[in-house]
Design a protein around this ligand. Structure first.
Ligand code: PEP
Ligand code: MN
Length: 347
């Protein structure tokens, strides 16, 4: 439920609304807006109390109107918060007019590899360096990542190149450690419904890149985001990264681009697309990156490796440095055609 106050509502009238909500043991969330204040009740209201509460609140002085939030997720819903959320990380804004690109290797492998990646990412015009240090690998025999050493290498390479960082955290007790090294915490597709991890991500206060589970519906995805929001962290970015494919013979996943306009309508949170895991085939990544920008994505996260043939993970879907530069050069006019800009290092 949302209580929208009149433009001239006073502090004591806002307090009056909060008191009525809190005496029913419900949480009141005061949201200052440009012109007027809205007060949200993010928790579920017992159905038998809904009408009487709405009536009581609607009659209070200073209240303009009361609306019900019909979606199962509340804080993530556009009904609750109509303006786009812009996640600000340093001087990079995700969810505004500029389409941001995060790029880098699937995994941090060595100092030389991540430094070369950072230089290439910077030269291409991307602002955020990705690099996994804790890797969720399907096989326990596959490279598991350099762990804390990888985070340190990622951090150092990014700072030398003037980039921000994103890296995955897989378990709740490591959220604090990963958060000391990176600017954005990634929650991987396999962990989208790891609720203890989502709760810790909420408490961390760091921007979160939440990836959609390969079989998750959009409601399940938004409810996962709701866990992070509900635990005090408003800076959540939703990442579509492909769902289970019908045709594994040709692609790794099916990038669900339907999700982009549908999510933009359902939620105010920024929408990020990962074309690399989304299709899983290097030569097809640029087409899906372009399609994502055309569909309205706020950011892309793209795998790039200085030497994809030697990558320890996800080489077959990783672009080379030149391919990343070419892609970004092609995305700029495309972005312009749909009313967006992309950072250009030459300007
Ligand atoms: C990754 O970003 O390298 C990764 C493992 O992604 P996902 O969780 O989407 O599979
Ligand atoms: Mn990967």
């Amino acid at each position: 439920m949302i209580i929208v106050m009149q433009v001239a509502a006073s502090e004591s009238q806002i307090r009056g609304v909060r008191e009525v909500i809190e005496t029913r043991s419900l949480k009141a969330l005061v949201m200052p807006g440009g012109e007027r204040v809205a007060i949200g009740i993010p928790s579920a209201i017992p159905p038998e109390e809904r009408e009487s509460l709405a009536g009581q609140l609607g009659a209070l002085p200073g209240v303009a109107h009361v609306t019900h939030v019909t979606r199962p997720y509340k804080l993530a819903s556009r009904e609750f918060h109509s303006a786009d959320t812009v996640v600000e990380i340093g001087d990079v804004r995700i969810g505004g007019n500029e389409v941001q690109v995060m790029a880098g290797p699937c995994a941090v492998e060595s100092r030389e590899q991540i430094q070369a990646s950072a230089r290439a990412v910077r030269a291409a015009g991307a602002r955020v360096l990705r690099g996994g240090a804790f890797k969720p690998r399907t096989s326990p025999y596959a490279f598991q990542g350099l762990q804390e050493e990888g985070l340190e290498l990622l951090h150092d390479a990014a700072r030398e190149a003037g980039l921000l960082t994103v890296s995955e955290v897989m378990q709740p007790d490591l959220v604090g450690l990963v958060a000391t090294y990176v600017d954005v915490l990634q929650i991987g597709a396999r962990n989208m419904q790891n609720y203890p991890l989502l709760i810790e991500a909420g408490r961390s206060g760091k921007p979160i890149l939440l990836k959609r589970g390969p079989s998750a519906s959009l409601d399940e995805f938004l409810l996962a985001a709701e866990y992070v929001l509900h635990n005090g962290n408003p800076n959540v970015m939703l990442c579509e990264r492909g769902v289970h494919p019908l045709d594994r013979a040709y692609v790794r996943n099916t990038l669900d681009l339907n999700a982009v306009p549908v999510l933009k309508e359902l939620t105010h949170l920024p929408v990020v697309v990962d074309p690399s895991h989304g299709i899983g085939v290097r030569r097809h990544v640029p087409a899906m990156a372009a399609a994502a920008v055309a569909a309205g994505a706020d950011a892309l996260i793209v795998e790039m490796h200085p030497d994809p043939a030697r990558a320890l993970s996800d080489g077959p879907q990783s672009l080379s440095p030149d391919e990343l530069s070419d892609l970004m050069a092609r995305l700029r006019p495309l972005g312009e055609a749909v009313g967006r800009t992309l950072h250009d290092p030459a300007r």
